[in-house]
Design a protein around this ligand. Structure first.
Ligand code: FES
Length: 120
């Protein structure tokens, strides 16, 4: 459970800034701001996220597999739907493009290999 990893102060700060997403296997929490995509939030926070198109929704390199929190993700738009179909994945909400993915609540967990944490 993601909340077990968040201190009270950190959780309050994350709510003010948006919602926290846990990224596996790097095992990092990323605060995603209102209206911000997961990939943009990660980059803003100093993480390296696999991309070719830079967030235009055309390369599909950024895709993630959801593990938890499908009900706290914004609906899939037409551009994202095209990308998921091109990946030959079902458009069922469990595969998402991180550059298009908006978050509406805490506790979303995604798997994305190739994400590199910032240097602390
Ligand atoms: S970064 Fe290219 S489709 Fe998301």
């Amino acid at each position: 459970m993601i909340d077990a990893h968040i201190s009270g102060a950190c959780s309050e700060a994350a709510s003010a800034q948006g919602h926290v997403v846990r990224v596996l296997p790097v095992d990092e929490d990323i605060a995603v701001g209102p209206g911000e995509s997961l990939m943009a939030a990660a980059q803003r926070s100093g993480y390296k996220w696999p991309t070719v198109c830079g967030g235009q929704g055309t390369c599909r390199t950024c895709y993630v597999e959801l593990r938890e929190g499908i009900d706290r993700c914004a609906p899939i738009g037409s551009l994202e739907q095209e990308g998921i179909q091109a990946l030959k994945k079902p458009v069922d909400g469990w595969t998402r493009l991180a550059c298009q993915l908006r978050i509406s609540g805490d506790g979303v967990v995604v798997v994305k290999r190739g994400v590199r944490a910032r240097k602390h």
